[in-house]
Ligand binder design. Structure first.
Ligand code: PHE
Length: 445
């Protein structure tokens, strides 16, 4: 039987939306975005983030989903096929680079997801009266990483090898609205606390003197690509599981809007929370930078929950449990990339491929744990500010240029018929690559 007939697929558009939104919404929104915004001047970061999302990340997401959807193959084969005979190997190599990107993403993401799991359990143990265990769980340590990162990897693998569609999709469609409601509820609570106003002002009023800062622009761009899961093939593989001929524009737009909205809300929660903590005497910033970088929210959020009285522990448990699930739907999409490649191109069984990739991820993440100070931030930076934007540039070139060269993938007929799409095609072809290259040049000099 050919691989085409054995391929799994989404049964409906909604299946694709849920899976893609599940991939997009994750720690990037609730941990990454607020941390970056707080570190980069608040409003200025938010402003640039929104601009970059519309101008670059959204078209890149479209290009990625489009390539996968047209090819109906895993990202390595899809890119090879999209590049036509002449550039076949280039496409293939780019696909392999994306695959490495997915493993890089998993190597640090599973560590942070482990922190979320530990915090959820910490609240639970405190509720049950096991205070010592609870304190250990909520205190960052190498041992905690060594325990919880593998737990998360195993959790994620056990879902993937069973098949993603039935379980996790249904779960996330029910649980993500709960996460949204919780965010809104927590925002309402935090805004009533002393000191919150200064945080809201910092977040919502951009300091326009900062928006041209190249470091800020590159961080915002990296964050936008990361948040929309662009450039490692996760969205491409999901695009390939959807039937051809859908209105991808609308789908992509709704996913991006949802993802951006959740990031915005998370900022509106965490940045005022930082100021409330500061007001209460906790040291939060030195020279405008967050103390302890990405770890800080793990002391801010629990103290926020603790201020809520007896219900606070329950809120804490639910919040971190929901975040763990949001993280799970993101790791699933990344893991699916190498797994789909091994299953389709190397004829491996799904089960074997899943456990093989999980082992690779385990080794990678444990290396990060062992050399945490040196590697953790570096891997995040290389992935989000170099690899993901470069892959996006490649997608733009493939969709905008290489596809013109007479290969069989393009539904040129649709493109010709639709004027708006034609304009968008021109935008992808000329403006997007130029914008990206300008950003890169700016950073290099
Ligand atoms: N978009 C996810 C988040 O914001 C992370 C992710 C990146 C998922 C790349 C898949 C691929 O948490």
């Amino acid at each position: 039987m050919s691989s085409a007939t054995t391929r799994d697929s989404f049964h409906s558009r909604i299946g694709f939306i849920l899976a893609a939104a599940g991939s997009a919404i994750g720690l990037g929104n609730i941990w990454g975005f607020p941390t970056q915004a707080a570190n980069n001047g608040g409003g200025a970061f938010l402003f640039v983030y929104l601009v970059v999302t519309v101008l670059l990340a959204l078209p890149a997401l479209y290009a990625e989903v489009y390539i996968g959807n047209q090819a109906q193959k895993n990202p390595v084969s899809a890119l090879a096929q999209a590049c036509g005979e002449r550039f076949h190997n280039t496409g293939r190599n780019a696909g392999i680079i994306g695959l490495f990107g997915a493993v890089m993403m998993l190597s640090f993401y599973t560590i942070v997801a482990g922190w979320m799991l530990a915090h959820a359990l910490s609240a639970l143990f405190e509720l049950l009266g096991f205070i010592d265990i609870s304190v250990w769980l909520s205190t960052s340590s190498t041992l905690r990483n060594i325990v919880f990162t593998p737990i998360f990897i195993i959790l994620s693998a056990s879902i993937i090898h069973r098949g993603v569609h039935a379980g996790i999709e249904r779960w996330s469609s029910r649980l993500m609205p709960v996460l949204l409601a919780m965010l809104v509820g927590l925002i309402v609570y935090i805004l009533q606390q002393d000191g919150a106003q200064a945080g809201v002002a910092l977040y919502l009023i951009p300091d326009f003197a900062q928006v041209t800062n190249p470091k800020l622009i590159i961080s915002a761009m990296g964050q936008a690509f990361f948040s929309l899961s662009i450039g490692v093939g996760g969205m491409m593989v999901y695009g390939s599981y959807m039937k051809k001929g859908q209105d991808l524009g609308k789908l992509v737009l709704s996913i991006a809007a949802l993802d951006t909205f959740i990031a915005f809300l998370a900022g509106l929660l965490i940045i005022p929370a930082l100021f409330v903590a500061q007001h209460a005497g906790q040291e939060v910033f030195t020279d405008g930078h967050l103390i302890g970088e990405g770890q800080l929210i793990f002391s801010i959020l629990p103290s926020l929950f603790a201020s809520m009285g007896s219900g606070g522990l329950f809120v804490s448990f639910s919040f971190f449990a929901l975040l763990s699930i949001a993280a799970l739907t993101s790791t699933i999409s990344s893991t699916e990339v190498p797994v789909a490649y091994l299953v389709e191109d190397k004829s491996m069984s799904r089960k074997r491929a899943t456990w093989l990739i999980s082992t690779v991820v385990l080794v990678a993440s444990m290396t990060l744990v062992a050399f945490f100070d040196m590697l953790f931030g570096l891997v995040i930076q290389v992935l989000t500010t170099i690899l993901q934007p470069l892959m996006s540039l490649f997608y733009f070139l493939v969709v905008g240029w290489i596809w013109q060269r007479g290969n069989k993938l393009t539904d040129m007929a649709i493109l010709q018929k639709n004027f708006k799409l034609k304009l968008f095609g021109l935008y992808l072809r000329y403006i997007c690559p130029i914008l990206l290259i300008i950003v890169f040049i700016n950073v290099a000099f």
